[in-house]
Design a protein around this ligand. Sequence first.
Ligand SMILES: [Mn+2]
Length: 231
Amino acid sequence: MTYVVSDIHAQYDLYRRLLEYIKFSDGDTLISCGDIIDKGKDSVRLLKFIKNMPNARCINGNHEYTFLKYYWGLMRESPDNFDYVLKKLQEYFPDDGALLDWDTIDWVESLPFYIEGKDFLCVHAGIPLDENGRIIPPEKATREQLVYDRNFKDPHIEVKDSKCVFFGHTPTSYLLPDGASKIIAYRRKEAQKDSYKITDFYKIHLDTGTWIDGVLGCFCIENCNAYYVKR
Ligand SMILES: [Mn+2]
């Protein structure tokens, strides 16, 4: 199975519980749509764990991008002083920064800003649509559009493309009238009523506000089920 998750925000224990809950195994794949770090206490621990999972794939969110911009700034200021740069980067994570090493920094720097499959596209915040409501080719989008997009989450934004777009960035509880922390799957009008395949949906909003409400959810592409664990 292929699962998609977003905005784990350093909630290492919850993430491990989610893997257990879905019985995540070697044959499965888990895609993370960014914002693995910050807000919680286990940023580096979580980065290193995901980095070492052979069947995990990740993209950068705005929090990783901000970290990378800080790193690049330090390298410009002190290009020869690697010990100093590493020390400053370790201080960036007040709780578990001591665990940070160059392998992990290089790994974050190597992450893409989108992942595209046959029927889906994973981004952090959103992707611009053209005048016909079709997603622009992701390689033409800027990193800023992909990690900071403000409009894509709005319920009236409908993707007319055949691909389903996975995204996070804004807690869904801000949008839902009952303030619930749950994944929002937007169904195509033309989809058959009892059909559950990924092309029946045009976008899936994944950010369950884990760091606020302690709920972490993921969505399975093959059966279109959402799975949740709670702190
Ligand atoms: Mn974000």
